[in-house]
Every structure is written in C-alpha cells, then in structure tokens.
Design a binder for this molecule. Structure first.
Ligand code: PLP
Length: 562
C-alpha cells in the first residue's frame, strides 16, 4: 500500500469515526440546549463554584451601607436595627433563651439560624436579632411562643397545616383513640387502612397505594419503580424543583456526591421535550407542580436574597398546557410521568394537581397534610408500575421497606383527614379556593402599591412568595420587621409564606395590616434607600468582585473593610 492509499484509508477511518459520533454529539448538544442557563440548571458547575466561594462578612460599619448609602441613611438604619434588637431581646426573651440553650446540640437549628439571611450579614444579625425556635401552643391561625406572644402562623409547618392546627389536633385525638387497642404494632395492618386505600385510589384515580414515612421516601420509591419497570437508568427533574433530600433528585449544591443518573432540564421548554423524545435511557420525569409559581427557580429563601431579582408569577393555563405536552411525550416514549404532589397535593383541589391542571400522571406522591398531623409519604400508581416483582423472573424484585410504614397511628390520623375531605364543608371550601386567595393577594398588593412600597406578593392559591420591585441589598430585613409585627415565618423568611385554609377574611386583614405596617417601618428606617442607578445586575457584579477579591486575598476571607 502506497502513501496515497494510506492517507485515504486514514481519512476514511476518520470520516467513519466522525459519522459514528455525530448522533452522540447531536444528542449531547440537545441536552445542553435543554439545560436552564442558571447555576441551578448546571448542578456540577454549581457545586464547584459553591466550593470556591470564601467566607467573608461586612464589618459593623459596612453592614449598614454596603450599597454606598450616605451617612445619614446608614445611621438611621443602625438606630432602627438596634431598636429592633432591643425589641427582640425583650419580647422574645424566654423563647430565645431556650433556643440558645439547645442550639449547640441541634445541627438543624445551627444550620437554619445561619442561613436566614445572606452570609455576609449573617453573624451580625444572629448576634442581635435572635429568633427563637420554640412555641408552646397553637390555636386558630396563631402560635404562642414561650413569652406568651401570639403570632399569626405564616410558616404553615412546611405546608402540612392545611386546615388549621385545631383540625389536626382533632385528627390525632380521635385517630389515636380509634387504634388504641392495637397500639404500635407494625408489619400487619389495623382495619382502618382499608378506607384510606379506597379514598386514595379515588382521589388519585390510580390503582394501588404504598405507604412510607416521608415524602422523600415516597419519591424514592416512585423513581425506583420507574427504573425497575422501564429498565432504564435516568430520571429527569426540572430545574429548581424540590423533591425531598434524596441524592438522585437533589443534585448540585447541598449534596456532596454528584448524581450521575439525573438530568436537570428546563421546565416549560420545547428543548426539554426534544430530549425526552430522543434519549432512550430516561425512565421517568418528576414534576413538582409548586414550580408553576416560579418555573426553573429554586425554592426562594431569604438567604439568597442578595438583590431584588426574585420573581414569581403563576399562570394556570400556561402550566396546564405545558403538563399536557409533557404528558403526550411521556406516553409516546413510555416514560413514567410522576407528579410529586407532596407539597401541593390537597392544597389546590380535592383531586390534587392532577385535577387542578387536568392532566393524569402514572405515579403520584403525596405527603405532609395527608398524615393528619403525623409523618407520612404515600405513593399511588398504575397497577403495572406499582408491582414489585416479575411473574416471569421471580428473583428480579424491587424492594420497598421501612419499619414504620403503615404505622397504625398514622393510618388512623390519615383516616380522619380523608374523612374530613368527604364533608360538604370541605367541598364548599375547595369550590372557590383560588378566587378567595387571589382576591386576598390582590387586595394586599393594591394596598402595597397605594403606599408606594417596593413589595408585591405572588401566589399559587394559598402559597405565597414575596417579591421586591426595586433593587436593594436589604430586602431580607423585611422578615425581621414582619416578626416584630407578630407574624411567624419559617426560616426561609419571606421566600415562602403558607396560609392555612381556616384563615377568615378578618384574620387575613389583620395579617395584611401587619404586613403593610412592617414594610412601612422598614422604608421609614431607610433600608430601601436607593441611588437610582443601582440595578440587580450591578449588585450582582459588585458581589462577584467582592467574592473574587476575598478569594485571592492573603487572609482568604474575613470582614470587608468599611
Ligand atoms: C414536592 C416535595 N416532594 C418531596 C418532599 C419531601 O417530603 P418530606 O420532607 O416529607 O421528606 C417535599 C418536602 O417539602 C416536597 O415539597
């Protein structure tokens, strides 16, 4: 073979290799296009970047003017901050004292305390504006702390509190009495379970049910079954969506190991549908309908409130259309469509998100409120997907376990919860739920606009997130003003407010009055001072510069000089 023919052969081999890799390249490109441009859309990069961000904080002088506010404004902020600190010290004295005593031994508490506000402000805030982690009683729509303060509950127990705490107390009293004779016997059932299974089948429109101890476990089981039955490896979740803290559904920051068999795709995007249509390794798609309020964004928390870029807007029709298109592609490609209704399940409609958006899923997870006040996770699904063994391969099984699954007490409180759903009172409540909550939200937003306050709220039925309409570094302060007005928020602050459905118009008006008062006080105290030139982008650019400067400073972090 001469030189010419060798070259030709090499070219031919090269061309063949290129042709063979083209479909792979195309598929890779399609996947890249379906990723959301934000860091949440790029789990691996986000983890790497997170590991590079150094700790630094604003010294006391800079704390009050990191936006270059003039001295008079900084002084006003400082005086207000110290006044608020004094108020917290006296009003929440016992509650804070108890919390401080146990904090050292409760990792959860240390974490939540540290992440209430952006990290540059956190230590100073923790020192002066300590929030307690104790309450001693609940009634109506309020909580009582250890100092006897009554606070309107906007934390909603992470969404569990749907019908009001008194309702769950009733479920627990009656439920525990009902199964008292059996007690905590596990592995076999109390007859109370039969009604739960019947109702859950009706509500979900699906064939079978499995009981778990948390929403996280219900989701784990849903994904495991989808992989087992499709014999495919990958799950698709959408950017920003929370599905519990199991690693495969929580790639990126917060999870120390990469999730190799998870695709995080853009929600409400044709690009993502193209990926679903073309890849053969996708077992299931997970949807958290709560994302309809802020597609592709992480659950909003005030620790990430570094500027005013938080955005939220719910468009029921657009989200329903998206789910319909997603449903069609999943059916076409035999991909299991999982609705994770752990959060929104019974909050939107009696038949959950499936009914609310008019789309059927193959598997549905529920949790939170369904437990009637006790811990729960439930998976409902089509018969052929719920099966944990194969008739033709008897050893190829799919386990689901959990010592406390189907605990008689939980089954009994769930029974009470489900029976309540059958009442005329609840049917009436659901019939105009959105109208009630949209009207309330609009009323408050109008008041905020009338007062020219730079705050608006966005809602998905009774779930709220607070948005800020003018660039600011200090929006996270609002949570402390709201608490001072007697509103109880969860540790994510104004990112998520959750109302129980027993809020009357009068209760809501009282909350709205306090909300407006808090925002007005915050404005009076100078936190929303603005030079007119600052934008969210310029704030972020500046933060990036700070981070880079601290990263490469000889001390590797610390306080930013005034
Ligand atoms: C949509 C969704 N899925 C799963 C979970 C996890 O549930 P759990 O906290 O009971 O494990 C949550 C919890 O907030 C959730 O909102």
């Amino acid at each position: 073979m001469g030189f010419g023919s060798t070259t030709l052969a090499l070219y031919a081999a090269g061309a063949a290799a290129l042709a063979a890799s083209l479909p792979k390249l195309k598929s890779r490109l399609r996947l890249s296009q379906a990723k959301h441009p934000s860091l949440s859309g790029h789990a691996r990069i986000a983890r790497r970047i997170a590991a590079l961000v150094p700790f630094y904080e604003y010294g006391e002088a800079r704390f009050f003017c990191c936006d270059d506010a003039p001295g008079e404004i900084a002084a006003r902020r400082r005086a207000a901050f110290m006044r608020l600190a004094e108020l917290y010290r006296t009003r929440f004295a016992e509650t804070v004292r108890h919390s401080a005593e146990v904090a050292d031994g409760i990792s959860d508490l240390q974490f939540t305390n540290a992440y209430r506000v952006p990290f540059q402000f956190s230590r100073f805030v923790r020192k002066h504006l300590r929030t307690g982690a104790f309450v001693q009683a609940s009634s109506g729509v309020t909580l009582a702390d250890l100092d006897g303060n009554r606070l309107y509950d906007l934390a909603g127990s992470y969404g569990v509190n749907l019908f009001g705490y008194d309702f769950y107390k009733g479920c627990m009293d009656r439920g525990l009495r009902r199964v008292h004779e059996l007690g905590p016997v596990l592995g076999i059932y109390h007859p109370v379970i039969a009604y739960n299974v019947k109702r859950l089948r009706e509500i979900s429109g699906l064939d079978e049910v499995s009981f778990h101890m948390s929403g996280t476990e219900a989701v784990m089981q849903a994904v495991r079954l989808a992989r087992y039955h499709t014999r495919r490896s990958h799950l698709v979740r959408f950017c920003g969506a929370y599905h519990g803290w199991w690693g495969d559904v929580a790639p990126g920051v917060g999870n120390p190991v990469p999730a190799h068999e998870t695709y995080t795709l853009k929600e409400m995007s044709e690009d993502s549908l193209r990926v679903l249509r073309s890849r053969r390794n996708i077992a299931c798609v997970l949807v958290n309908p709560l994302q309809a309020l802020h597609p592709n964004a992480n659950a909003p928390a005030d620790s990430a409130l570094v500027d005013s870029a938080r955005a939220a807007h719910f468009d029921r029709q657009a989200y329903a259309d998206w789910l319909k298109r997603l449903r069609a592609v999943c059916s076409e490609r035999h991909i299991v469509l999982i609705f994770d209704e752990v959060f929104v399940g019974f909050r939107l409609a009696l038949g959950g998100a499936q009914e609310y958006f008019g789309v059927k899923a193959d598997l549905v997870t529920y949790g939170k409120s369904l437990g009637g006040g006790l811990p729960i996770g439930v998976l409902c699904g089509r018969k052929e997907l719920m099966k944990r063994f194969r008739d033709d391969r008897p050893v190829d099984v799919c386990f689901a376990r959990g010592t406390f699954n189907s605990h008689p007490y939980v089954m009994a409180t769930m029974h009470e919860f489900l029976r309540h759903l059958d009442t005329a009172e609840v049917r009436a409540l659901y019939s105009n739920l959105d109208a009630v909550w949209n009207r309330r939200t609009q009323r408050l937003n109008q008041r905020l606009r009338d007062e020219e306050l730079p705050v608006q709220v966005a809602n998905l039925s009774s779930i709220w997130t607070v948005c800020y309409t003018q660039p600011s570094r200090y929006n996270w302060m609002l949570q402390y003003y709201l608490r001072a007005e007697g509103l109880a928020l969860s540790w994510v602050g104004t990112g998520r407010l959750i109302f129980s459905l027993n809020y009357t118009d009068a209760d809501f008006d009282a909350v709205a009055d306090r909300f407006v008062a808090a925002a007005k006080a915050m404005r009076e105290d100078g936190w929303w001072w603005c030079d007119g030139a600052t934008t969210n982008k310029s704030i972020r650019r500046r933060l990036l510069r700070e981070i880079i400067a601290h990263r490469f400073s000889p001390s590797g972090g610390g306080a930013t000089p005034a």
